[in-house]
Write a new protein. Sequence first.
Length: 148
Amino acid sequence: MTKVTDILQLINKVIEDGQRTGGPDQTRVLSTNAVTKKLGLTARTVRFYCEVGIARPLRRGTTRLFQPDQVRRLELARELRNLGMDVRSVTDLLDQLYLPEARQHKLQTLTELLSSHLNHLLLREEEVRKQYHVTTRLAEELFATGKH
């Protein structure tokens, strides 16, 4: 699992990307294949992330070319998905980081989105505990029934 400090650095880079006004950096672009190798994502996942708006690569015919800022968006999406965040929330979060708002406002919005995700995780934890309890009881009863 990625360290929290690494994710925070990535968030800060994505915020900086969203504040740039000089236009995209087209000097260093990566193909889908290069992105998959760099980030450990499948080509299918990268294509899906492009379809839902997580990344917006340049197009040269059928080839997708990813600028550094788009690679960082994909990388942050990977990390947030690894934390269990759904794709819609990841897309919303990344879009929030690109809005022309003050950095402090972006961080506040990000905190609210993460708090919401944390509440969702707590509900899931409770559900899993209930499932564990019922499954344990079921296994115990089946074991006891099988002994007779």
